[in-house]
Design a protein around this ligand. Structure first.
Ligand code: GLU
Length: 295
């Protein structure tokens, strides 16, 4: 199967160094394998989104020389595909409506059979959950973090696939779209590691192929917090694209490009040629201070 990778940002704010690291790792891995690299804007959750963030992310990617193949896929255009997936799951009895609230849910978010058994008393609108058998395990081999095991039926049982506010859940949308785009390789931050078993479970229920997964260390502040809009991660300065690329490569422990390479095109050509996943630290997070950045 031809290699197809992707970068799938949520447009909650501008591109920052944390998201650039995921973008560049997925880009280099794809290009090093002569593969395609696609971009998908995960604009599935309007209340969490920033106006203009999608365009700003795409502009920053271009400034950093990260040019994608094919058209950008926007999740806000994909509701009929998500609905078709829900119908296919519902037709086979995998879904149920859940009218639980924070008080009736367990600590882990499970609805503890309140709704599985009392469908008729639930009034709309409600969340829709997928049934996960209690003995459901998921195993997968992460290319960087190694073998991973999840007792899914115990830990994240009956998770939500469509929310009470009628928005499709990220877990469902990402699975439907990775399949639509025929993604073979996913490289993304380790903050999504615990989503992967749910995604593999959905792929199995929908008879979709499971891509190969690789979860990268996420960059953190000194206090160990993930770079994010909530933690005031600074937007990347597009006028310093070469230096941003060098920081991302240093974070990923890649060969340092010679100082004579100045343009983003030169830096990326060098980085594609020398890309080595084996050099990336197999850890879940790493402070920005490790690459000489202050936060
Ligand atoms: N949209 C998700 C995010 O920005 C990433 C999804 C993914 O890579 O699977 O955190």
């Amino acid at each position: 199967m031809p290699y197809r990778g992707r970068f799938a940002p949520s447009p909650t704010g501008p591109l920052h160094l944390g998201s650039l690291i995921a973008a560049i790792a997925s880009y280099l891995d794809a290009r090093h394998s002569n593969g395609s690299w696609l971009v998908r804007i995960e604009d599935l959750d309007p209340p969490r989104e920033d106006r203009g963030a999608a365009d700003s992310i795409l502009y920053s990617l271009q400034c950093h020389g990260l040019h994608w193949d094919e058209n950008v896929l926007y999740q806000h255009t994909r509701n009929s595909a998500y609905n078709a997936a829900l119908i296919s799951l519902a037709d086979r009895g995998h879904l149920f409506r859940c009218g639980c609230n924070r008080i009736t849910l367990s600590k882990s978010g499970a609805c503890l059979d309140n709704c599985r058994t009392s469908q008729t008393t639930i009034s709309d609108p409600t969340a829709i959950r997928i049934r996960v058998p209690l003995d459901q395990d998921i195993f997968f081999k992460d290319r960087l973090q190694g073998p991973a095991y999840s007792p899914l039926g115990q830990s994240l049982t009956d998770f939500v696939v469509r929310r009470r506010d009628e928005l499709y859940a990220y877990q469902l949308a990402v699975v439907v779209d990775d399949a639509e785009q025929s993604i073979t390789h996913v490289l993304r931050g380790s903050d999504l590691l615990d989503s992967t078993p749910r995604q593999i479970f959905l792929q199995q229920r929908l008879a979709l192929a499971t891509p190969s997964y690789c979860h990268l260390p996420v960059i953190t502040t000194k206090q160990g917090q993930k770079f994010s809009k909530q933690n005031h991660a600074p937007a990347l300065d597009n006028s310093k694209a070469s230096s941003n690329l060098r920081s991302a490569l240093r974070f990923l422990h890649q060969c340092e490009p010679p100082a004579t390479l100045a343009s983003v095109e030169q830096l990326l050509a060098y980085a594609i040629e020398h890309w080595s996943l084996e050099r990336v630290p197999a850890i879940l997070s790493m402070p920005a201070a490790n690459i000489g950045l202050s936060t």
